[in-house]
Design a protein around this ligand. Structure first.
Ligand code: 6MZ
Length: 262
């Protein structure tokens, strides 16, 4: 177990990763969900288990090549290629890879040209940062023109994608221009990110569920929140992991100093 942690925490470089050969079962399932939601026909049913080649597997190299068809069927439109790229790079990062050489064969399909394929990968890598830059400029521009209407900037979105630190320069820029900052924080359990967000000292936190040790947080995250007295706004439909909203008053007891809004 200690050795597992050691290898996990060791900074690593990945020098030969094919995008379609690196899709995890979680990514394949997300791609299937994307196909279902978009109404795109997906013929890979029941074949996902075949994709994984592990120790003791007797399949030959040519058998293995056939199973790439499963991955390719799930990355046949630009949106799916972009999603596969984002999820795969996130997993490499979570595994402690600090440098990845991701390669992929620009593939043409009925619904995608080779240029669109390459574009989808590039945009997926660039997306969150260039969007954040554009939104920050808009918020500052409108705050300057309408200071009583545009009051602040909030960081939200899929809490399992991206890194808080990547957005800090934009949030600092907005703060320097006079905007208040609210952060979706602790929507999912992630101690390191919660501590980084608290260190940023946002004017308010949204969600804040997984800060308490009984709901996926730790004593450290909870104590820091209480010490810093940052107000927390918990939406009534917050996705409490396996909990009902009625558990909240006992799960996050008022400390006498923190302001909790539901
Ligand atoms: C087992 N070792 C290997 N030897 C040779 N080629 C391999 C490979 N593993 C993967 N590929 C190549 O990568 C493609 C899938 O990813 P991309 O569509 O490019 O992202 C496969 O179709 C094959 O051409």
């Amino acid at each position: 177990m200690a050795l597992d942690n050691f290898y996990h925490n060791l900074p690593k470089v990945e020098l030969h990763a094919h995008l379609n050969g690196s899709l995890s079962s979680a990514t394949l399932l997300q791609l299937k969900r994307f196909h279902a939601d978009s109404g795109i026909l997906d013929k890979t049913n029941a074949f996902i288990d075949e994709f994984f080649v592990s120790a003791g597997d007797t399949r030959s190299l040519s058998d293995c090549f056939q199973v790439f068809g499963i991955a390719h069927a799930l990355t046949s439109v630009p949106e799916a290629v972009g999603l596969a790229t984002a999820l795969t790079l996130k997993e490499f990062e979570e595994d402690g890879c600090c440098y990845v050489e991701l390669r992929s064969t620009p593939r043409q399909t009925e619904n995608m040209s080779r240029t669109q394929y390459v574009d989808a990968i590039i945009k997926s890598i660039e997306r969150s940062i260039s969007t954040a830059k554009e939104i920050t400029s808009l918020a500052i521009e409108y705050h300057n023109s309408y200071p009583d209407i545009v009051l602040g900037l909030e960081l939200s979105g899929d809490p399992t994608i991206g890194k808080f630190q990547d957005f800090v320069p934009f949030l600092n820029q907005a703060r320097a221009a006079g905007l208040k900052i609210t952060l979706h924080c602790g929507e999912v359990a992630n101690e390191q990110e919660i501590l980084e967000m608290l260190d940023f000292q946002p004017e308010r936190i949204g969600h804040g569920i997984c800060i308490h040790p009984r709901l996926g947080g730790s004593d450290k995250t909870w104590q820091k929140l209480c010490d810093m007295k940052i107000p927390v706004a918990v939406p009534a439909d917050a996705n409490l992991p396996g909990k009902a909203l009625s558990d909240m008053p006992t799960a996050t007891p008022p400390t006498g100093s923190n302001c909790v809004l539901i």
